[in-house]
Design a protein around this ligand. Structure first.
Ligand code: SF4
Ligand code: SF4
Length: 135
């Protein structure tokens, strides 16, 4: 499962909190995306399902806001014309054509970069809302 981590602090860089959680849980955490500056860090991490609750709890204890990303990308199939533009731009290979040349997706590969949202000529794609999905 993917978790969205949000941390705001002027002392952000004093503690290697992601490394600490990995060491404390033994979880093989994959960092899908990281936006980090002097006072803010937003990370999307992929965590093995059996470690999600423990990892989330430890991050919370370290002052990190944690949300479960139950849905990553919203695809409006009614609008989609199966043009394939999203296949070309997605850096992680979420989209592909099926045997009938219709678009299908492997949502779990999405890292919420938003590139496909901007590329879709029909506005059929959007980042899925994460409100109300706080762990
Ligand atoms: S870019 Fe938009 S319209 Fe084209 S296949 Fe992808 S979702 Fe469908
Ligand atoms: S948001 Fe990025 S990773 Fe996710 S489906 Fe779109 S292009 Fe691919």
């Amino acid at each position: 499962m993917k978790l969205l981590l949000e941390r705001f602090s002027s002392r952000l860089h004093e503690t290697p909190y992601t490394a600490e959680v990995i060491l404390e849980t033994g979880a093989k955490i994959n960092i899908d995306r990281a936006n980090v500056d002097a006072v803010r860090a937003d990370l999307i991490i992929d965590v093995p399902d059996d470690k999600v609750e423990r990892v989330a709890e430890l991050f919370r204890q370290k002052g990190v806001k944690v949300r479960k990303l139950l849905k990553l990308i919203a695809w409006d199939e009614e609008r989609c014309i199966h043009c394939g533009a999203c296949i070309s731009v997605c850096p992680t290979g979420v989209f592909k054509f099926d045997s009938s040349w219709n678009i299908c997706m492997e949502e779990e590969k999405c890292v919420r970069c938003e590139v496909c949202v901007k590329a879709c000529p029909l506005g059929a794609l959007a980042l899925a809302c994460v409100e109300n999905e706080v762990t």
